[in-house]
Design a protein. Sequence first.
Length: 674
Amino acid sequence: MARFFNGKEVELLAPTGTFEIFKQVIGENCDAVYFGGPSLNMRLMRKGFNFSLEEITEAVKIAHGLGKKVYVTVNNLLNEGELEEAQAYLRFLESAGPDAIIVQDFAVLSLVREMGLNIKVHSSVMMNVHNVEMVRALQEMGVTRVVTSREMDLMTTRYLQQATGMELEYFVHGDMCSVHGANCYFSSMVFGMSSNRGKCLKPCRWDYRVKKDGNVYPAEYPLAVKDMFMYEHIPELIHGGITSFKIEGRMRDAAFVIMLVKAYGDAIDRYINDPVGFDRSRDTKLLHENRKRDFSTGYAFGRPGLSNINRRYEGTGKFYSTGKVFSTPTEERELGEKRVEAIREALVAVAQEKKGAGRQNGVVAGISVHVNNMAQAKAALEAGADHLYLSGDVFEPDRPFTKEDVKELAALKGNAKLYLGLPRMMTEQHFDLYEGLLFGERLPIDGLMVTNLGAIRKFVGKGYPLVGDFNLNVYNRLSADFYRGLGVGRLTASMELPLKDLAGLLAYAPGPLEAIVHGSPAIMYMEHDLYENAEVYQAIAEEDNHYVDNSILVLKTDKGENPVYRDVHGRNHLMMAKELCLMPVLKELLEAGLSVFRIEGATYKPEQLAEIVRSYKAALANPDAARDQFGRMTPVYAGYTLGVLQFDGGSASGAAGAGEEASANEAEAAVSRA
């Protein structure tokens, strides 16, 4: 079946979590369904959900017999151990014949092309597609539909569709996230459970208190967003260039999904039949009475602010099936010698394997530093930084680096390399601004630090070498090869690689590789402005921040404080509570092939940053003394952590047998054992 309005296709896309639910939903008033198979998808946390291979084949036959479409989610990031599994799975999917697969990792797209498979590819919301350049790049790679960024408004979708002709899919109902797609690493840092691999334990739904300016504010659940609700805005969605109206809910039961399909399907049909006399709210009461959380239109009509935050029902972080919470506030693990030894052993094995295979990269290692202002930049250069990254998301109250700033640093840098960083999320205006800056006259920089596929397409081959930032989420050698094939010279490993996966990437990824080894990097990057809490609510107590200035907003639980910085674009960056510190394993990382050791320096005072840079320079010059160097370092914040390297990782994504409660309990038990 297919629906059309004024010649434009309108597809209602329904979620189905199991084959039994599929058989009930497929006969309802939807045009297509999507589901996940037994592995490599983002919904592997609930026991008994997802389809077997036999069920996928049967579901495709049933749907096609009814004239409906099927999309299969292959939307995880893949580790090295899953690449072979992915090849076999993709071959199976080609034979099963779904209408498309939904993909996050460019490794999957690479495999589809390399294997010559006849499978259509849709980009997942986790690709975070948000500008014209990204859409055009995906078109050139053969992607036929984009699931838009959750933060995209309908004016922007209309522009994207008109500029590119790409099919757009948009979430119209269900569970949303407060963080930009694939830019949340909180669950990985605390539990070793990656949100980009379908295992998020939802620290966004913890009960926090907000602190700022010495005051405590009662902003419970400040990161917990409401469910998307676009039922009353069918006309605006169609006018906004949306082809596919996507309902979230692969973990929901059949009755709930059927209710949504009936309501939305009826509304679409009524609008197509009589657009002028269309009643927008016929089933609003029914949907409201059966909601799981409160409702919001998200970013469809602009930034929703605090009106998007949910404080009731499942907004408190409970599982759909059991009523138990996903997780409770948990402290980042403290750096410990026992864990350090395990990491050393794993990295030594990588070095030995590479040596035996003749795969040493021979690159001279260096220290890179990411800075927020001129004082930090000068301190880093004076301390011996080899690579200096000027932030594209400068934190307030600092202001963006000017052309004169860049020229001054270029005159000071000596043999160091100077790079201009780009914002993580780039609007069309950002592209105009940076195009004007970079091509009016050539800046005296050594390259650009790129943060998204669109920026790579726009600036590659324009005279500025490219370095890929960590949020490109390079998780395996195929995704590394993909970006290098586009012209990115050096790549930064994903910040959430656990030990086994980092070892795998170091062992097999050709070319120079960088990793964040020190600092308090942003583990949530969001459009939502948490600072509004301190502007709207009345303070309930007084309390100073423990580690950062009182002017910085902090999210507080009984397990610690996470600073939140607002950048010059109005976006918020939630940081780690502790400092990442890989100094104790620097020698082993070096021998395993890490080329550039990055310090995230944007939150340090210049004198603190200089001392950290000097310590790492000394350790790199004499790796055998790195442990002694670490012994002389003192944490600036709440202590040192090894980040995701606290966890081994590497469990096959197909091993989804553990139920949701077991996964949460195991994660918390692991933390308590640390």
